[in-house]
Design a protein around this ligand. Sequence first.
Ligand code: BYC
Length: 474
Amino acid sequence: MIDYTEKIPNNVDLGRDRGLQRALEHWQPAYMGWWYDMGPNESHNYEVYLRTAISVEADGWAQFDYVKMPEYRWGIFLQPRDERREVNFGIHKGQPAWQEVPGEYRSTLRRVIVTQGDTEPASVEQQRLLGSSCPSMYDLRNIFQVNVEEGRHLWAMVYLLHRYFGRDGREEAEALLARRSGDADNPRILGAFNEPTPDWLAFYMFTFFTDRDGKFQLCALAESGFDPLARTCRFMLTEEAHHMFVGETGVTRIIKRTCEVMKEHKLEDPEQVRALGVIDLETIQRYLNFHYSVTLDLYGSDVSSNAANYFTSGLKGRFRETKLDDDHVLSEAAYPVFEVTGDKIVRKDVPALTALNERLRDDYIEEIADGVARWQRVIDEAGIPFKLTLPHKGFHRAIGNFAGHHIGINGEVLTADGWKKQEHEWLPSAEDQKFVQSLMTGRVVEPGKFANWIAPPLRGVNSKALDFEYVRFN
Ligand code: BYC
């Protein structure tokens, strides 16, 4: 029997909700089984300096202490309810926000929640082996923080399934623990979550690019007319910020270290740079190209009747919906999408309602471009003549209008042969990955020490020193 209020910090009155307790009595042990099998490898006995959310108040959502990860208190938190909140878009605009699932949207809503929930354990699975090649104790602690919080985000979606979807919700919650990233028979739902994350450069790129898809999707769901979903996503967004920070600063530190070595030895040739044990900027660009393009696919088809239905029904809004100055119904508006006609990419204006995936993708691209500009500044400050660029939106896409076409890095429409000839310049090759992984054969865990291929961060976690013992291995 679980002591709910002690073990599962929450603001959903779990102690008095017998239905939810019964559902969790089955699911919680299955979740622990999943964590032991698929959570960070060999980590179960480590004591990790982690933050835990124990309430939604300013002083409660980030409590730092040493925790053994299987004993992490995965909690259930929703942003406090605003009694006056309304459905803010679509055909139900102006009605009070729904506190229960509207019958006619039940299966659609469940599908969106399951798709969101599926990504969370998937990312833990993708990252489970990285602890054994961490570049420092600080970084090891950070990946563990990301992992336990992705676990909590799974709890957040499972809470909604258990509390609002009855028996089929319970079945979906079990299925979330049964699918496996990359599994041939029972894979995770979305493409990027079946790609391996085989090294730390891939991990930082993933947390920069793919966790940011998480941010934008959560922002769109935080606008939902189904109030419990909106409130859940709002709280998840507080945690998401740290994951993107880990990604952005991780890549910044790799670039910084490479630039230091290039400057010190007055080298630009990638082979010579590699010989000094740091990652050449060309390889960093190829990783960027890969993670960016795979993440763009996560927004779905450019023109999507699913997306139009989600919006019209009031289930999933746009990024910052209530701040946008229009009718929030989109019955008249148009939006540009791009498609391949012959050997050209042409613009086509379509009803804005059908282009909501594309619009969210565009919002995302804008924020990504700012982040890449910040990385570029590190290179510029070192005086190195290298430009990081974002590939064309159609580059290496498997979902939407560009799927099935061969689009080059600058948007050139290529033949299959033309693509093959240049692919190795644009995407990480097996040899690139082998090189990156050759730098990461063991873990660096002496407090305050960092692997040669990455610069130390500017500061430690929660005002602790860089040589603080972030992980006790016991
Ligand atoms: N891979 O009309 P379409 C995160 C499917 S990340 C495989 O284009 P729709 C996180 C689609 O399911 C955020 N399949 O798409 C980050 C549909 O299949 P069905 C996750 C794909 O429905 C890091 C069919 O193609 N959250 O939180 O408009 C670490 C045609 O669909 C893909 C969400 O995604 C793909 N890439 O939009 C941890 C939010 N793309 O139904 C966590 C919830 C599409 O015909 N999800 N398909 O069998 C959604 O809102 C929508 O499902 C999507 C797709 C935006 C993903």
